[in-house]
Design a protein around this ligand. Structure first.
Ligand code: ADP
Length: 264
C-alpha cells in the first residue's frame, strides 16, 4: 500500500528519498520478523526438553521414589535432555558471538590445512564410536589465510560431524583440498564428502536456515540443534567465503567451503 502512493522514481528529489526510507523500513521490519521467528523457535526448542525434565522430576517425587531401577532410568533421560539444552544454549551463544563480530574483519593469520587437520583429527574418536571411516587428504604445504582460526575450525568440525552423524555406521568421510572450480578467482576450498544418505534437492537451499532440518527426528536422535549449518554460513559470510553443497540421495553429500586467499 505504501509503494502505490510513491511518486514515480524518475521524479528526482524528494521521491528518491522516500523510496530509500521505505526500503529501510521494510528492511527493518523483515529483520524484526526474522528476530521474532528466531526467538519463537529457540524458545520452543528449549521448552521441549525443559518440560520433559520437569515431568520426570514430578515422577521421581511420586511413585518412582522408592524404585531404584526406575530412578536410574528417569535420571538418565533427564541427563540427556539437560545436555540437549546445554548444546542448544552453546550454539545460540556461538551464533550471537559470530553475529556480534560480523562487522569486524578477521585479522589473524591462520593456516587453512593445518587448522583443518587439527579439527578433523579431534573427531577421530567420534568416527570410531560410530564405526565410520574418516580420511584426511590434504597437501603438506602451508596455506596462510587471514581468518579467525577458531571459527574456521568450527566450520570444519560442524561439517565433518554432520557427515559422520548422518552417515552413521559404515559411512566413509573424506576431507580434502577442493578439486572443483572456485566460484571466484583467488579462492581456496576444503571439501567434506560423505557416502551417507544424501539430501533431496528441495532441501539443499534451506539447509543453512536456523533450525531447518531435513528430518527433525533424525537430527534430535543425533543430538542436533538445527543450528550447525547456520553457524557455518555466518562464519563464512564474515570471511567473505562461500558454501557449496552437492548431494545425491543414497549416494552421499559433499559440502565445500571456499575462502578468499589473502591479497599481499
Ligand atoms: P543439525 O543440528 O540438525 O545437524 P545442521 O544445521 O547442522 O543441524 O544441519 C541441518 C540439517 O541438514 C540436518 O538436520 C540434516 O537433516 C541435514 N544434513 C546436514 N549435513 C548432512 C549430511 N552430511 N548428510 C545428510 N544430511 C545432512
Amino acid at each position: 500500500a505504501h509503494i502505490a502512493q510513491l511518486p514515480p522514481v524518475s521524479d528526482f528529489g524528494p521521491g528518491a528519498q522516500v523510496l530509500v526510507q521505505i526500503a529501510d523500513l521494510s528492511d527493518q521490519r523483515a529483520t524484526e520478523v526474522a528476530r521474532t521467528d528466531f526467538i519463537a523457535n529457540a524458545s520452543h526448542e528449549l521448552r521441549t526438553p525443559l518440560a520433559s525434565i520437569l515431568g520426570y522430576i514430578e515422577t521421581l517425587r511420586g511413585h518412582a521414589k522408592d524404585d531404584p531401577e526406575a530412578r536410574a532410568h528417569f535420571l538418565g533421560i533427564m541427563n540427556s535432555q539437560a545436555q540437549r539444552m546445554q548444546r542448544l544454549v552453546e550454539d545460540l551463544m556461538s551464533l550471537t558471538r559470530i553475529e556480534m563480530a560480523a562487522h569486524s574483519s578477521p585479522s589473524e593469520i591462520c593456516d587453512l590445512y593445518d587448522t583443518t587437520r587439527e579439527a578433523v583429527r579431534a573427531l577421530q574418536p567420534l568416527a570410531e564410536k560410530i564405526g565410520a571411516e574418516l580420511n584426511l587428504a590434504l597437501p603438506e604445504e602451508d596455506l596462510a589465510l587471514i581468518a579467525d582460526r577458531d571459527q574456521i575450525a568450527q566450520v570444519i568440525t560442524n561439517l565433518t560431524e554432520n557427515a559422520l552423524k548422518y552417515g552413521g555406521q559404515g559411512v566413509s568421510v573424506t576431507v580434502s583440498a577442493a578439486s572443483s572450480v572456485p566460484p571466484r578467482p583467488r579462492m581456496v576450498g576444503i571439501a567434506i564428502e560423505d557416502t551417507g544418505p544424501g539430501i533431496a534437492r528441495e532441501h539443499l537451499h534451506r539447509l543453512t536456515e536456523r533450525f531447518y532440518r531435513v528430518s527433525a527426528k533424525k537430527s534430535k536422535e543425533q543430538g542436533g540443534t538445527g543450528l550447525g549449518l547456520a553457524i557455518v554460513k555466518h562464519i563464512l559470510a564474515r570471511h567473505g567465503g562461500e558454501l557449496a553443497v552437492e548431494s545425491e540421495l543414497e549416494q552421499g553429500s559433499s559440502f565445500t567451503i571456499w575462502l578468499p586467499v589473502s591479497q599481499n
